[in-house]
Design a protein around this ligand. Structure first.
Ligand code: GLA
Length: 377
């Protein structure tokens, strides 16, 4: 078996934009865009179908059946196409008796469904938590699907999605998941993004190669269009930039949710930002560490594989803040005489080595991220 998810998984998922309006044709077009517009080369590799891909009942052998109106050539055809483009194919099921949208799901069918997915060439399974029987045990059922996937004969990344129930950061890694949703669903507006950011600060401590805390699919570039969006209150460009930067900084999986056929150049450039993705994919996979919170702005550091560290300031307030970044709070005491050299990852601006502190202005709903290194005096 291959070792999966050595760094946070990256890809695309249909739910945020398409909801139940999914089809073979749309998925193949998105696949083409991922290749032709540089997303694959930037690191995105999983093309994932979410809920609503199947018929309302299993067949006489108890197998799940793709909806022929949406997927006229079946799932293997889609998988083959995605594979032919050098990408990986993701599917969706649920630990309960029905998916969230009411379709059949994998409770008590785990091994049968995993074998079927493997026979289609599936590389990734998002596994939801709706309609879960009261008498059943959540941890045990995710464990059962992990075993089923491992026994399926294919390398299938297990993307668990139980929304944080029973503190998944304490057990999803050990039951065999490669990533786990620990939040409710994201919506394409700033309060939703901030709600997730605010309840996730402490949930990254179990992040390490092999299994990652998932803050849900990105809404970057949706611009109020699609299943989880509303054109009246969608994010601004600055807010999308903050979302992408924060997901990258934390080492969260990067699953794009916008209609990639339609996103503007500025969003494509943002989601392919090399420095932010480099941070996200850092080989040491260390979680961020918060050193300061001051009425809505947050200062984090994150140690990186090359011995540098990232300094991230995220301003969730509605006004510009002067962010106090005090090196002593980051473990670099004044008395050490050590200076810190900073490079702004968005602009490339280099700030000559400084002692003691750095006080950048951070506009409302925006951020600063620096690569930082200690310079011996
Ligand atoms: C849940 C999940 C979402 C999506 C829908 C599909 O709400 O959290 O991400 O998969 O179900 O019905």
């Amino acid at each position: 078996m291959a070792i999966l998810a050595q760094t946070p998984p990256m890809g695309f998922n249909t739910w945020n934009t398409f909801g139940e309006n999914i089809s073979e044709q749309m998925l193949m077009e998105i696949t083409d865009v991922i290749v032709e517009q540089g997303y694959r080369d930037a690191g995105y590799k999983y093309v994932v179908i979410d809920d609503c891909w199947l018929l309302r009942e299993r067949d006489e052998d108890g197998n799940l059946v793709p909806d022929p109106a949406k997927f006229p050539h079946g799932m293997k055809y889609v998988a083959d196409y995605i594979h032919s483009k050098g990408l990986k194919f993701g599917m969706y099921s649920c630990a309960g008796v029905r998916t969230c949208a009411g379709y059949p799901s994998s409770f008590d069918h785990e091994f049968q469904d995993a074998r079927l997915f493997a026979s289609w060439g599936v590389d990734f399974l998002k596994y939801d938590f709706c309609n879960f029987p009261k008498y059943a045990n959540c941890k045990h059922r995710y464990l059962t699907m992990a075993q089923a996937l491992r026994a399926s004969g294919r390398d299938i990344l297990f993307s668990a999605c139980n929304w944080g129930v029973e503190e998944p950061w304490n057990w999803m890694r050990s039951i065999g998941a490669h990533m786990y949703r620990s939040t409710w669903d994201i919506f394409d507006n700033f309060p939703s993004t901030v709600g997730i950011m605010n309840n996730q600060f402490n949930n990254f401590n179990a992040n390490a190669a092999g299994c990652f805390n998932d803050m849900d699919m990105l809404t970057v570039g949706m611009n109020g269009q699609g299943n989880v969006a509303n054109s009246e209150n969608c994010n601004t460009y600055t807010e999308y930039e903050l979302q992408f930067a924060y997901w990258c900084f934390c080492g969260a999986p990067l699953m794009m949710g916008a209609d990639l056929r339609k996103v503007g150049d500025e969003y494509r450039t943002l989601m392919q930002n090399k420095e932010l993705i480099r941070l996200n994919q850092d080989a040491e996979c260390r979680p961020p560490y918060r050193v300061r919170e001051d009425n809505g702005y947050h200062v984090f550091i994150r140690h990186l594989a090359d011995g540098e560290f990232a300094l991230g300031i995220f301003n969730l307030c509605d006004n510009t803040r002067t962010a106090e970044c005090i090196f002593a709070e980051m473990g670099i005491p004044v008395g050490s005489g050590v200076k810190v050299a900073l490079t702004d990852v968005m602009t490339g601006e280099e700030i000559a080595p400084k002692r003691d502190d750095h006080y950048p202005q951070v506009p409302a709903h925006s951020f600063k991220i620096y690569r930082a290194k200690c310079v011996m005096a």
